[in-house]
Ligand binder design. Structure first.
Ligand SMILES: Nc1ncnc2c1ncn2[C@@H]1O[C@H](COP(=O)(O)OP(=O)(O)O)[C@@H](O)[C@H]1O
Ligand SMILES: [Mg+2]
Length: 360
């Protein structure tokens, strides 16, 4: 089904708080788009406006070619008629209903045959690895199991679009990983337009075809995960995405294609920018040498943190601290002198004043 979600100039206020501030976004058919941002940035509110659970103050929303909300035209289609599948943080299974009943009450309203309902319940439970739980009550299951039933209920409903608000937040780390795998497969198979909300950047990076990074009710960047990671559009996005965090260092462009960092210089494309900048460099884009060579800068290994698969090195030079990530086990010892070079094409330059990526 070719069902985009189109949001135009949507605003939602709670008293003085502008939870969603003039947001325009299109979730293309078949896309898995994730709203990503810190707690309180307006992700849930935007999703709830699309679901019809909040009454916006302004704007328009289309699902497919159907106008489901318009402030100006006074249109607001009730939630039940928006044909959406939803899974929320608080998974809200009916406590007095079995799993089977929880999964089929919406299907009964659609007047599906018993055989069709049985088939959908069986298939959906298989998808979330909960086969055989049809007769359990919610209280007889763990939080994680209940959450998976909530997902299965959404799948069985076969909606035009999926809306999910932090559906994995109640699961332990191992199960979260499993469910990321399954959700991505599910989307791969169903191809349903999906709007997903999370504050977990790893979830967003691993599953999404597009990510919209939000801050204070405003979308900061809408891009593929790869672009958001490698070309963050502003300092907020750069700082929010990546673990360990990106290195952000103040510098000064005194002449074309050279940034003066105080104790050393970094050659990098500066376009027409002069003056104060911030250099953004990911930890894996710094190379550690144990002897000085051309174009290296001397630091000291302040702390060395091996994790098995990789090693994080915290390097100091005066007040400057850099976080470095090396694959595998590092030979570097704490307090050892090290010499660093930077992968030049991985460096991003930001305007200190506007905080935007400099790209022209
Ligand atoms: N029902 C409400 N009443 C008052 N303020 C609300 C309500 N819901 C959300 N907010 C406020 O709106 C902002 C966005 O909240 P929310 O959409 O829940 O953010 P997120 O899901 O990104 O954590 C926050 O400042 C929050 O306190
Ligand atoms: Mg939320």
């Amino acid at each position: 089904m070719e069902t985009p979600i189109i949001v135009k100039n949507l605003t939602k206020k709670f008293g003085d708080v502008v939870a969603v501030n003039d947001v325009s976004i299109t979730i293309e058919p078949h896309e898995f788009l994730t709203l990503l941002g810190p707690s309180g940035c307006g992700k849930t509110t935007l999703l709830r406006c699309i679901a019809g659970l909040e009454d916006p103050d302004d704007g328009e929303i289309y699902i497919g070619d159907k106008l489901i909300y318009s402030h100006v035209k006074g249109i607001s289609v009730p939630p039940g008629q928006r044909e959406l599948g939803m899974v929320f943080q608080n998974y809200a299974l009916w406590p007095h209903m079995t799993v089977y009943k929880n999964m089929t009450f919406a299907l009964e309203i659609q007047k599906l045959s018993k055989e069709e309902m049985d088939r959908r319940v069986k298939e959906s439970l298989e998808e979330v690895k909960m086969s055989g739980y049809e007769d359990r009550y919610p209280r007889e299951m763990s939080g994680g199991q209940q959450q998976r039933i909530a997902l299965a209920r959404m799948l069985a409903y076969r909606p035009r679009v999926f809306l999910m608000d932090e559906p994995l937040s109640n699961l332990d780390a191992r199960l979260r990983m499993d469910m990321r795998t399954e959700l991505k497969r599910l989307h791969h198979i169903s191809d349903a337009t999906t709007l997903y909300v999370t504050h977990d950047q790893l979830e967003a990076m691993t599953m999404s075809s597009k990510i919209a990074v939000m801050k204070l009710g405003v979308i900061q960047q809408l891009d593929t995960p790869d672009k958001v990671y490698h070309f963050p559009g502003n300092l907020f996005v750069a700082d929010f995405i990546g673990n360990p965090k990106i290195n952000l260092m103040p510098g000064w462009v005194s002449r074309q294609d050279l940034v003066d960092m105080g104790k050393f210089n970094i050659p990098v494309k500066t376009y027409n920018k002069r003056g104060d900048v911030v250099v953004g460099l990911r930890p894996e884009d710094i190379i550690v040498h144990d002897t000085p060579t051309d174009n290296t800068v001397e630091f000291t290994a302040y702390s060395v943190l091996p994790s098995g698969a990789d090693t994080t090195i915290i390097a100091h030079m005066g007040d400057t601290e850099l976080i470095i990530k090396e694959m595998g086990v590092s030979k570097i010892q704490m307090d050892q002198k090290i010499w660093l070079s930077f992968k030049q094409d991985a460096i991003n330059l930001y305007d200190k004043e506007t905080e935007d990526l400099i790209q022209s």
